[in-house]
Ligand binder design. Structure first.
Ligand code: DAH
Length: 342
């Protein structure tokens, strides 16, 4: 009777090897290892085996069952992996392929990187500062006193009430904060001044959104501090930047102005054509000036020893000027029909 078990195993394995698809496999399963299949019958026949042969027969019958069960699982996995379920290939290799979409940086990111690269060639390093600031860095140390109208709660995104011991925190309204942070860091870490940095980043103001305003936008701040810095260097730096970035015909001008943290101060304008059907007109790109002595004193530097210039430009304005974008909102809507043109 044991020979019958050996034969069953041989036949089962041989037949399994020819099961080439899911249906054949299922037919095999029912015949051999199913609930009333041949293995089951062989196990059931144990009761008719003469008593002395029972242990040997039982052992061998179990081996055959395990051997065929395992072979079945292996065959099933193999067929699943090789995917031979239906006739013919599943993939039509004659169809044109799907071209994967290739992403790119947003135009603001690209302009920001380009600006940093132009200033890097003029010796400026890139610095970063936090967007969540305290009013000490956003105002006090920039020589903007408590009484100044720019500090009104309606003109800023304060996130805290003023505490007794602490200055209230806010979303920074200008990247000029980084002037103070860089000077403080340079002094405490002992590597400067001199410092020569640009710092791009987001700023926040509760402005009503229109074609030229947004509650969040980007600025790039510049700061150069060294002995005997002159306004000529400021003007040279800015005019050179404009001609490198916008081309040799860029029309730029400085216009006298006022900022609490620079003296003298100026506004930096450029002639820009935002629409092809309109004449170019003067657009203010940002402010600049010579670092006010009060700023130096505020960080513990001697204004007799240190001088410097600073500037802060709107990155959106620069991008709009460079790419003739008529409405700032186009920069934030993330409409791919717009973005992929740039
Ligand atoms: N922080 C000013 C603003 O947001 C711009 C500015 C003016 C920055 C003069 C400067 C500067 O560094 O010197 O309006």
């Amino acid at each position: 009777m044991i020979e019958g078990l050996d034969a069953l195993e041989r036949e089962g394995l041989a037949s399994l090897a020819t099961a080439g698809d899911a249906e054949a496999l299922e037919r095999w399963r029912i015949e051999f290892v199913g609930g009333s299949g041949r293995v089951k019958q062989a196990l059931g026949a144990l009761k008719d085996v003469p008593k002395p042969d029972k242990p040997g027969y039982g052992k061998r019958a179990n081996e055959v069952k395990q051997s065929l069960d395992a072979a079945f699982e292996e065959r099933r996995a193999h067929l699943a992996a090789t995917g031979r379920r239906a006739a013919g290939p599943l993939v039509d290799t004659t169809l044109p392929g799907i071209v994967p979409g290739v992403g790119r940086s947003h135009i603001i990111t690209r302009v920001r990187n380009e600006l940093c690269a132009v200033f890097a060639r003029m010796g400026f390093e890139v610095a970063q500062g936090p967007e969540l600031e305290d009013d000490e860095h956003n105002f006090v140390k920039l020589n903007i006193p408590d009484s100044h109208p720019a500090r009104e709660p309606t003109d800023n995104f304060y996130v805290e009430e003023r505490g007794d011991a602490s200055r209230p925190r806010m979303l920074r309204s200008q990247t000029s904060t980084v002037q103070i942070r860089v000077l403080e860091q340079a002094i405490s870490e002992g590597w400067g001044p001199p410092v020569k940095v640009v710092s791009p980043g987001r700023v926040y103001r509760p402005d009503t959104v229109d074609a030229t305003h947004s509650f969040m936008f980007h600025q790039i701040e510049g700061l150069y501090v060294a002995p005997r810095v002159t306004m000529v260097e400021l003007k040279t730096t800015l005019f050179r930047f404009a001609r490198v970035y916008f081309g040799p015909d860029a029309e730029v001008r400085l216009r006298p102005s006022f900022f609490p943290f620079t003296e003298p101060s100026a506004e930096f304008d450029m002639k820009i054509r935002l629409r092809p059907d309109q004449p170019a007109r003067w657009v203010e790109l940002g402010g600049c000036g010579m670092v006010d002595p009060a700023v130096f004193r505020g960080v513990g530097l001697d204004p007799e020893q240190w001088t410097g210039f600073a500037f802060g430009f709107g990155i959106e304005r620069i991008a709009m000027g460079k790419y003739a974008i008529p409405d700032i909102r186009m920069l934030y809507e993330n409409d791919l029909r717009f973005l992929t043109q740039l």
